[in-house]
Design a protein around this ligand. Structure first.
Ligand SMILES: [Zn+2]
Length: 447
């Protein structure tokens, strides 16, 4: 039987099993959900992968207390390339349960989609892996390794800490980071670019205490006004991020993100413009962007007629591939210090930085996945960026410098991951599973 038919024949099982997995409320936060729910999901994943030939499966405890399911499935030919399959079994909390049209932890078919928390992110990707492997049966010519982590959505870094300390266990020639998605249903895409970040807190001090705005307002240096003028230098009138030394003219060459779709996704109000000189993907994936996350100053209610002696702001700077996060943080700090008026005292606290990520697209695994996706979907592979970061990708890149890291999955935009009414399109599970099976059957190191 042809692979595509075999995948179709497995979709009933995929629904049943995804329903089992979604019913486990595996939010990796014991303050919100019992830890047993995560343990059940981990054991479920372990048992299902045992069923498709994985051995040495274990629930590896990571530094944040979560458990990652790890295992391997050796090929008959030990010289065959090794592919690491990645996913996570933990999910975001359901958030506002009233906003769900179906119960979040009961997989529900509505029209052509399957609804439930984690249906796409990332339990749908676990079913994608299982379906691909079942379709192949014994005919898997590559060595397989598996890591399905249990705390991805918490950002507590359990697996990021685990990988470098168990580098040999997970070493692979190609790593399928199956936690993203296509440009749209039926439009195959790989995510090739992730922005990094650099956060700071800047504090301005000008007076020994708050003073009456009538008695002193005018000549007295106002710390909040100083901070506002410093922050204002970070954007020009068009809304471009302007930090001396950071290129804000780079352009995106992959798939477009249409402005109308972006407006809707970002809930931009009627009559309000998008900002910056460039396309949405230029500004979102190829250029730096600074955001004021918070300001310390008196809130409106309770404020007095007084000049503020001190004010602070927390800033978030997103940096595209090609820019060093540390250098970007230096440039941000230097500009704020240079822009400080009236000799006010400026102190800067540097928070962590995260490196941007750019997938290497010239290797044999990338060529094989591109061909597999094109065969599965009947159209060529597009490339996407992501404005946020996935720190694990940098850990993989640092730990395995020669490995190809490929970001794909079933989480296309309509999946509404992290929001109420998350869903998955079963045709994406089927087509992505077919592409994964084709990839595993054709990938060789020679390309
Ligand atoms: Zn995810």
């Amino acid at each position: 039987m042809e692979l595509r038919d075999r995948v179709s024949g497995l979709m009933g099982q995929a629904y049943t099993e995804l329903a089992e997995l979604v019913s486990m409320r595996s939010v990796a936060d014991p303050r919100q959900f019992p830890p047993e729910e995560c343990l059940r999901a981990a054991e479920w994943v372990r048992d299902k992968f045992a069923g498709v030939g994985f051995v040495d499966l274990e629930l590896a405890e990571t530094a944040d207390g979560s458990r990652a399911v790890v295992g391997a499935r050796p090929a008959a030919d030990p010289d065959a390339p090794t592919v690491l399959l990645y996913a996570h079994y933990d999910v975001q909390p359901p958030l506002d349960e009233q906003a769900w049209r179906t119960p979040p932890f009961a997989l529900t078919r509505v029209d052509e989609r399957w609804y439930g928390r984690g249906a796409a992110d990332c339990k749908g990707n676990i079913l994608m892996h299982l379906t691909a492997l079942r379709a192949l049966g014994d005919a898997v010519p590559v060595n397989l390794k598996l890591v399905v982590e249990g705390s991805e959505e918490q950002g507590t870094g359990g697996l990021e800490d685990y990988v470098p300390r168990h580098a040999e266990l997970l070493r692979a020639d190609a790593i399928l980071v199956s936690d993203t998605g296509n440009a749209a249903v039926g439009v195959p895409a790989a995510t090739v670019s992730l922005r990094g970040l650099a956060n700071i807190v800047v504090t301005v001090e000008a007076l020994g205490s708050a003073v009456h705005s009538g008695m002193y307002g005018g000549p007295a240096p106002d710390a909040l006004a100083a901070l506002i003028s410093m922050l204002a230098t970070l954007r020009d009138a068009a809304g471009n991020t302007t930090i001396a030394g950071l290129d804000n003219t780079q352009t995106w060459t992959g798939v477009d993100y249409p402005a109308e779709m972006f407006r809707s996704d970002a809930t931009v109000l009627n009559g309000v413009s998008l900002i910056g000189d460039g396309s949405v993907p230029d500004l979102l994936w190829a250029r730096p962007a600074v955001t004021v996350l918070g300001i310390d100053c008196p809130p409106v209610v309770g404020s007095a007629a007084a000049i503020q002696p001190r004010a602070a702001a927390r800033l978030n700077l997103r940096v595209p591939p090609g820019t060093d996060s540390g250098a970007a943080q230096d440039a941000l700090v230097a500009q704020l210090e240079a822009a400080a008026p009236w000799g006010v005292r400026v102190t800067v606290e540097r928070e962590g930085t995260g490196a941007p990520f750019l997938a290497e697209q010239g290797g044999p695994a990338y060529a094989a996945i591109a061909a597999a996706l094109e065969e599965a979907y009947g159209r060529p592979l597009a490339t996407l960026g992501q404005g946020g970061s996935i720190p694990l990708c940098n850990v993989f890149a640092d730990t395995y410098p020669g490995s190809e890291i490929i970001l794909t999955g079933v989480e296309e935009p309509r999946a509404m991951i992290h929001a109420p009414n998350e869903s998955v399109d079963p045709t994406e599970i089927a087509n992505m599973a077919l592409a994964e099976a084709l990839f595993l059957r054709t990938y060789t190191l020679a390309g």
